[in-house]
Design a protein around this ligand. Structure first.
Ligand code: TXA
Ligand code: MG
Length: 359
């Protein structure tokens, strides 16, 4: 059935109070679709999600089929009240309550041991479950209307960059889901930070909008999973999804690292070489640097001085390069700290770890 079902696309507006939804009847309808085991794509504050009922095995199977994603890659269960954690996870450590208190609703996913209520189809066969309470009003309204537990990966076809606006979701998922809730562009643009609380020491499995430094304020001993750092393939990543080449544009992407002026010179040289070979070269630059590129198709990802703008535009730029039909992409790098850590992580993954260092 994949690719031929009818997809209803519904525009949703948030009321001026920032919480209420104008099309409540459509949200109820979407909630009903989820209760019945159907699929609804919806906005969250991070990226759009492809939602199904987390407690129904066949709904999770449909998610994998619609995305074309391997079914050993577990899904995040989205909730709308902190206490819902207790219905699907046991034990819930004190640290989970502290994180929820501080960062939920928001871009944080917590891994706990799962209860039997959560079917193995939703967790890729794992005995743990990933839980997130999103802050986006449309996501929250949908979760409440659906019975409270929505499994949702990012709403892209497997391997493509995550969608940060409804147009991209429609491109990827039309004919593959029952409904798409369109609320324009999201605010953050990068997926949630994932922290595993099932071991003695809390571990960040995927860097995200909430930085290591922010999590340390609540969990002083939290560390980064060594498997997610750069090209260190000695340690396999602990979040199954982090092992795939991912977040990726069609053209090969190469990250160029080093002092800014050297990076610009190197990218200019590589672009000149590529064009001499008859290739169309994409360059991922920033507001501060874009004017120094004389060759290639230059896209501005945002402002270095405002890393949130870089996070917001990253995936859309990668998709733009696909549309522009470039043969290869060279990107500047970002500092490995704060929000830069997540930006760098996604770029390195998009590059399949192809990094050139200049010094
Ligand atoms: O911001 C987000 O987290 C978005 C929005 C839609 O909420 N969702 C998202 O889902 O990014 P997805 O499926 O694209 O990424 C989920 C990641 C995958 O890398 C997966 O392997 C990991 O979470 N994951 C899920 N459950 C896990 C578990 N029990 N243990 C370890 N990793 C898990
Ligand atoms: Mg994803």
């Amino acid at each position: 059935m994949i690719g031929i079902m009818k997809t209803e696309i519904v525009k949703i507006h948030i009321k001026s109070d920032g919480v209420g939804i104008e099309q409540q009847d459509q949200i109820q309808k979407a909630g009903h679709i989820l209760k019945e085991g159907g699929l609804v794509a919806f906005p969250t504050e991070t990226v759009y999600g492809l939602g199904g009922n987390a407690l129904l095995p066949e709904a999770s199977q449909k998610i994998y089929a619609a995305k074309g994603r391997p079914s050993d890659n577990p899904l995040i269960v989205h909730i709308a009240r902190h206490e819902a954690m207790e219905e699907i996870a046991y034990p819930v450590p004190e640290s989970a309550y502290r994180l929820a208190e501080r960062f939920w609703p928001g871009p944080l996913t917590i891994i706990l041991k799962k209860k039997d209520l959560v079917p193995p189809e939703t967790t890729g066969g794992l005995s743990t479950v990933a839980i997130r309470e999103p802050s986006h009003p449309v996501a929250r309204a949908l979760i409440l209307a659906s019975g409270g537990f929505v499994a949702a990966p990012s709403a892209n076809l497997s391997g493509k960059p995550s969608p940060t606006n409804a147009t991209r979701v429609i491109e990827d998922l039309s004919g593959r889901v029952d409904m798409i809730l369109d609320n324009g562009s999201v605010g953050i643009g990068l997926e949630s930070t994932i922290v595993d609380l099932t071991e003695k020491i809390p571990v960040i499995l995927r860097p995200g909008f909430l930085t290591l430094e922010m999590l340390r304020e609540v969990l002083p001993d939290v560390t980064l999973d060594p498997g997610i750092a750069g090209a260190d393939t000695a340690a396999p990543p602990k979040a199954p999804g982090m092992k795939y080449r991912h977040y990726a544009p069609k053209a090969p992407l190469v990250l160029v690292e080093g002092p800014a002026q050297k990076v610009i010179a190197k990218i200019n040289a590589l672009a000149a070489e590529g064009e001499a070979d008859g290739k169309k070269v994409g360059i991922l630059a920033t507001e501060e640097t874009e004017r120094y590129y004389s060759k290639g198709t230059v896209l501005c990802i945002g402002k270095r001085a405002d890393e949130e703008s870089v996070a917001r535009n990253l995936y859309e730029c990668l998709r733009r390069f696909d549309e522009l039909g470039v043969d290869r992409i060279y990107s500047e790098d970002f500092p490995d700290q704060g929000l830069g850590q997540a930006i760098r992580n996604r770029l390195t993954k998009a590059a399949g770890h192809q990094v050139i260092e200049v010094s």
